[in-house]
Design a protein around this ligand. Structure first.
Ligand SMILES: Cc1ncc(COP(=O)(O)O)c(C=O)c1O
Length: 362
């Protein structure tokens, strides 16, 4: 079947680009002696996780317990939930997961660590923990070295927890305006984390792994000695946000296929893909919602839930019923909206993959 024949909106992934992205990140990390633990929240799809593991990934990162459960069931048994797990229901599920696979979670306070330790003890399991360090994003994570030392010390003592490392998410790199700014932010982060590891080791707390994340940071973090593991996610597909930060446009593997449903005399073209098919991220100064592969001169100027508004310069060349492919601004939020992705090579649909971890926000 040709992808043009699909009903729309439909999520397409170009197999060759996907494979190249997986291969390139695996090579980048391997050649610098780093471990790669890709963030699977981007694709949420077991078939892609297996491709990443086959290319050398040591395991997967996920954001949610529900994602971890899907990947564990699909046979991916080495998981890092890079998030704080709070609340009785979740702790119950976490210990269940820990019985079947190697699972680690993020921790940044004793309030999170103590119930975790108690739940693990009650269930007779051991749970890996990594201390989350804030290196500039100002989300979760310990903010000062003193706080880090205190929480790490407690983590090392609490029963049924295995402290295996420290981690940070350098999401603040998304705000950097140049490679120079990215490189210096990475250098500062690496120095801070190395200093923390040295201090913890001097205190008798062994830290075997320093784990960092982020796709825009990978070119800069991979060569830095002392950083052990990278958790990039978006690189599998790339998107407009990554292209704006140096990814080649031809590495964008993901598009939303949409149908033209109305053409207005003023050059306005309406397609059947709005925020329900693309998500609402507008990270650009020009506020456009995506890029139209068939005609990049069309500007995706607005989106409501079901409608995408494209503006042509002059009169539009598209007609009602035509199909266009739209590169999304942000791959992760876009994928989360779809039940399946169509795997295409050229015009041919070769496979259909269920996005099994979509919507798993619990
Ligand atoms: C904790 C954590 N690690 C890794 C990543 C992956 O980074 P990126 O989305 O830049 O690939 C994310 C993304 O949000 C994250 O939150």
């Amino acid at each position: 079947m040709k992808y043009h024949a699909l009903d729309t909106p439909a999520l397409l992934v170009e197999r060759e680009r996907l494979e190249a992205n997986i291969r390139n990140m695996a090579e980048l990390t391997r050649c610098h002696g780093k471990m790669l633990r890709p963030h699977a929240k981007t694709h949420k799809t077991p078939e892609i996780a297996r491709m990443q593991l086959a290319a050398g990934a040591v395991g997967l990162t996920v954001a949610k317990l529900g994602e971890a459960e899907v990947f564990a069931e699909a046979g991916c048994k080495d998981l890092f939930i890079a998030n704080q797990i709070v609340g009785e229901q979740k702790l119950e599920r976490l210990v269940g997961l820990a019985r079947n696979c190697t699972v680690r979670v993020g921790v940044d306070s004793l309030e999170v660590a103590m119930p975790l330790s108690e739940a693990a003890k009650r269930a007779g399991v051991s749970i890996g923990v990594r201390l989350e360090v804030d290196t500039g994003l100002h989300r979760a994570g310990v903010r000062t070295k003193d706080e880090a030392m205190e929480v790490a010390d407690a983590l090392a003592r609490l029963p049924n927890l295995e402290l295996d490392g420290i981690f940070t998410y350098e999401g603040h790199l998304y705000q950097a305006n140049s490679d120079r700014e990215r490189a210096s932010a990475v250098a500062r982060m690496a120095e801070e984390l190395a200093d923390l590891r040295d201090s913890l080791i001097r205190q008798g707390i062994p830290i075997s792994i320093i784990s960092v994340g982020s796709t825009p940071g990978a070119r800069f973090t991979a060569p830095v000695p002392g950083l052990d593991e990278l958790r990039c996610g978006v690189y599998v597909f790339n998107d407009r946000m990554q292209v704006a930060r140096g990814a080649p446009p031809e590495s964008c593997a993901l598009t939303v296929l949409a149908t033209v449903i109305s053409v207005r005399p003023d050059g306005r073209v309406i397609v059947d893909a709005g925020t329900k098919a693309l998500a609402g991220d507008k990270p650009f100064a020009d506020q456009t919602m995506g890029e139209i592969l068939e005609d990049p001169s069309l500007r995706f100027v607005a989106a409501s839930e079901e409608h995408g508004h494209l503006q042509a310069e002059g009169s539009a060349r598209l007609r009602v019923g035509d199909k266009v492919r739209i590169v999304p601004n942000h791959a992760c939020t876009c994928v989360n909206l779809h039940e399946r992705m169509y795997v295409v090579k050229g015009e041919e649909v070769e496979d259909v993959w269920e996005i099994r971890a979509r919507g798993k926000f619990l």
